[in-house]
Write a protein that binds this ligand. Structure first.
Ligand code: TEU
Length: 548
């Protein structure tokens, strides 16, 4: 049993800085904007911020293509602004984790530029350069952003690997000097007082040296060819142990791995305390129904979440510590996936928050979830900005799909739904900027914005504040064991048991009423609906205390 850590009691809030708040009128969110909105986060009651990348970047993938790890992106402000943010958060008793993107760098990073310029450069071993012919990539791996995972450099007569955009060049982690530079850079940030990191696609960093072809059937199934070779590569655990031992451990920094494709079983190997690797991971299997992908426009059934998370919590047992998230900057808004009907929006938004704030583990809110935000009615690909969406649209058109077909597929899963700027007021552009936003929404902010919801006792925002306060008031919700009730039709029933208190939760996961009665000795702590004593209405949940 690991000693209790701060991040086990904390509620995290993910800020996508480009879309949070613009303080200088250029239409792009920035650090000054975040500083100006810290009261919103403090009023919400969150304990820690996870900040998506703010490092210098050409923004091919909105900062996930880093050009200089020790500089702040000009659009976002200065290093002084970042130092002020660290100081201001700590002054408020909050913490900051940054986004560590070390599977790849921008092609404009000095390491890559020097490797390109000089065949004898020591930086060539930092990347996957392979000699070859212009029409024969070294293997059949595909990029997550469409096309081959290899970029041809005619001036060098060589290919270079990129699992993501052709401007995000994969780092070769088998090369010790590269690993040492990463360790040094992480320590540099921890010296500045940062409290930890979310590690971008950290399970992808170890590739088998032979870079073997991917199995085409896996490619068809997983949409990406080659992923079976690197989603948990040969030296992954070794690299994670080095990072922890040399960078995170000495600063007691929290490490949260973003690990697409990793399930609970491998999650235990990555996060069990005695493994010396990561503290938590983000698995993604629960975000889509089995056999579905986010690019399919289907109604997500919350019973899948119940089953996926129940299994995950059971597999983790008392040893490992789950992360609890349903949205981020890479996925559509969950309310829209489950039930886009306006009459259910507030109840569903509140239900999703309640589940995350009462299950065992650390909850992560993504900006806008506290407001019940939904997908945007983009009308054409011209309105999109996400490199994944734009590349996918072009690839589908290449395959002969019509504009309507290609746009419909991209629209279903576009990451831009979650990247439309935060709605602070009902005013122009939701009060996000005095300029023109880099990405335009569909006007939803006129009715759904932080200012109006703060004044409305029945709003999702007020429910979110109350639920975070409830979680803080009852240690059973942060430290109690979890015991699941029977999986009855559309209900999710579970208890959180601490020595002096048991808290029960009953949630209706469907759009139909379900019979349910409070247990005899129960004291109601929180209800999201009318509170009929014999049933739960659609998407209604109750939280109650069982005496003794
Ligand atoms: O996302 C990685 C990720 O989740 C993808 O592997 C995803 O599984 C893929 O798009 C298939 O759905 C991280 C960042 O969160 C994302 O914003 C970046 O674009 C990406 O890595 C590259 O840095």
């Amino acid at each position: 049993e690991r000693p209790r850590a701060w991040w086990q009691d904390a509620v995290f809030y993910q800020v996508y800085p480009r879309s949070f708040m613009d303080s200088d009128g250029d239409g792009i969110g920035d650090l000054g904007g975040i500083l100006a909105r810290l009261d919103h986060l403090q009023d919400l009651g969150v304990d820690a911020l996870w900040l998506s990348p703010v490092y210098d970047s050409p923004n091919d993938d909105n900062g996930y293509d880093i050009r200089d790890y020790r500089a702040v992106m000009a659009e976002f402000g200065t290093m002084d602004d970042l130092d002020r943010l660290v100081h201001e958060l700590h002054r408020r008793g909050m913490r900051l984790i940054m986004d560590l993107v070390v599977n790849h760098t921008s092609d404009e990073h000095a390491w890559f530029q020097q490797a390109l310029a000089d065949p004898a450069s020591p930086y060539r071993d930092y990347y996957f350069f392979r000699p070859g012919e212009p029409d024969a990539p070294p293997n059949n791996w595909t990029s997550f952003f469409s096309g081959s995972a290899w970029r041809w450099f005619p001036e060098r007569g060589e290919w270079a690997l990129h699992l993501f955009s052709p401007r995000q060049m994969d780092l070769d982690w088998t090369h010790p000097p590269m690993r040492e530079e990463i360790v040094e850079m992480v320590r540099w940030w921890l010296e500045k007082g940062v409290d930890g990191f979310r590690l971008d696609v950290i399970n992808y960093i170890s590739k088998p040296p032979a870079l073997p072809d991917g199995d085409a059937t896996v490619g068809a199934l997983m949409e990406y060819t080659g992923v079976e070779h690197y989603f948990a590569g040969p030296r992954l655990h070794e690299h994670l142990r080095q990072l922890r031992a040399e960078a995170f451990e000495p600063y007691a920094a929290v490490s949260i791995g973003e690990t697409p494709g990793v399930g609970a079983r491998l999650g235990r190997l990555l996060t069990a305390p005695d493994r010396g690797e990561l503290d938590m991971i983000f698995g993604f299997d629960h975000l889509d129904a089995p056999g579905r992908t986010r690019f399919e426009d289907y109604r997500y059934d919350l019973r899948h979440l119940r089953d996926a998370w129940t299994d995950w919590q059971r597999e983790y047992g008392a040893t490992c510590w789950p992360s609890l998230f349903l949205e981020n900057h890479d996925n559509p808004r969950m309310i829209s996936k489950i039930d886009p009907r306006p009459e259910h929006r507030a109840a569903l938004g509140t239900l999703l928050l309640l589940l995350k704030l009462t299950l065992r583990g650390t909850p992560f809110l993504y900006q806008g979830q506290e407001l019940g935000l939904v997908n945007h009615a983009f009308s054409s690909v011209a309105q999109l900005r996400d490199v994944e969406s734009l590349n996918r649209y072009a690839a589908l058109r290449e395959l002969g799909r019509s504009d309507a077909e290609a746009f419909a597929e991209v629209l279903a899963g576009s990451r831009d739904h979650a990247r439309v700027p935060m709605p602070w007021t009902s005013g122009p552009y939701g009060g996000f900027t005095d300029g023109t936003p880099w990405l335009m929404g569909d006007g939803d902010h006129e009715k759904w914005n932080a200012k109006d919801q703060a004044a409305d006792p029945g709003s999702v925002l007020r429910a979110c504040r109350d639920l975070i306060a409830l979680r803080r008031a009852h240690p059973a919700l942060t430290r109690g064991a979890i015991v699941f009730g029977p999986r009855r039709r559309g209900l999710w029933l579970y208890e959180r048991r601490a020595e002096d208190e048991t808290i029960g939760v009953a949630a209706n996961l469907t759009d139909r009423p379900h019979r349910w009665r409070m247990p005899a000795r129960a004291r109601l702590l929180y209800a999201t609906g009318a509170g009929d004593e014999r049933r739960l209405v659609p998407y209604e949940a109750r939280v109650y205390a069982l005496e003794g």
